[in-house]
Design a protein around this ligand. Structure first.
Ligand SMILES: CC(C)(COP(=O)(O)OP(=O)(O)OC[C@H]1O[C@@H](n2cnc3c(N)ncnc32)[C@H](O)[C@@H]1OP(=O)(O)O)[C@@H](O)C(=O)NCCC(=O)NCCS
Length: 149
């Protein structure tokens, strides 16, 4: 398993993981822009023999010393086997190197699996955003983590 910076050649497969995991899936073009964006840390997880077909990815938008986790997803068939945890650990390391002190994110109120995943990774629930999601309308739980802790 390799964790590395996302490449343009991986966009098609990342878009497929988007469609598998999110009702508001991002397009290849939109993902390609995030890969080029210098204020974004975009990481993928691949099997060494298949470098253009990531099995997981995460996208962190940095804003000075703060950052927002925009996306994290693992291929459905690989979920629950520690891949998400490994990816987040590497992301925290890279965020620390860029002097990011605080990471926040929004998660669907019904997404207990992700909420638990984030809590085990050191995030705390810090707020609620009513009707945050427009596609499949739902509230968002706001979660925050101090990177140094
Ligand atoms: C959320 C997600 C990224 C977690 O990645 P993962 O590789 O499946 O998770 P891991 O195997 O690394 O598990 C880490 C922790 O998450 C929790 N977790 C994982 N799978 C779970 C499940 N099926 N049920 C409940 N908790 C689960 C556990 O607390 C686990 O901790 P533990 O090993 O100490 O028990 C992944 O499941 C996913 O892609 N989900 C769909 C997309 C999504 O919801 N993204 C977040 C949107 S905000």
């Amino acid at each position: 398993m390799m964790i590395s910076k996302a490449k343009q050649t991986q966009c098609r497969e990342i878009a497929a993981l988007e469609r598998e995991n999110f009702p508001d899936a991002w397009s290849e073009v939109f993902l390609a822009r995030k890969i080029e964006d210098e204020s974004v840390i975009f990481l993928t997880v691949c099997a060494a023999e298949n470098p253009d077909a990531p099995i997981a990815y995460c996208i962190l938008q940095t804003l000075g010393t703060e950052a927002e986790l925009l996306r994290i997803a693992v291929k459905k068939s690989g979920q629950g086997s520690g891949i998400g945890r490994a990816l987040l650990t590497e992301l925290f390391q890279q965020a620390k190197e860029q002097n990011i002190q605080k990471i926040f994110l929004e998660v669907r109120a019904s997404n207990e699996k992700a909420t638990r995943f984030y809590e085990r990774s050191g995030f705390q629930k810090t707020g609620l955003r009513k009707n945050y999601y427009k596609q499949d309308p739902e509230d968002a739980v706001l979660m925050t983590k101090e990177v140094s802790t």
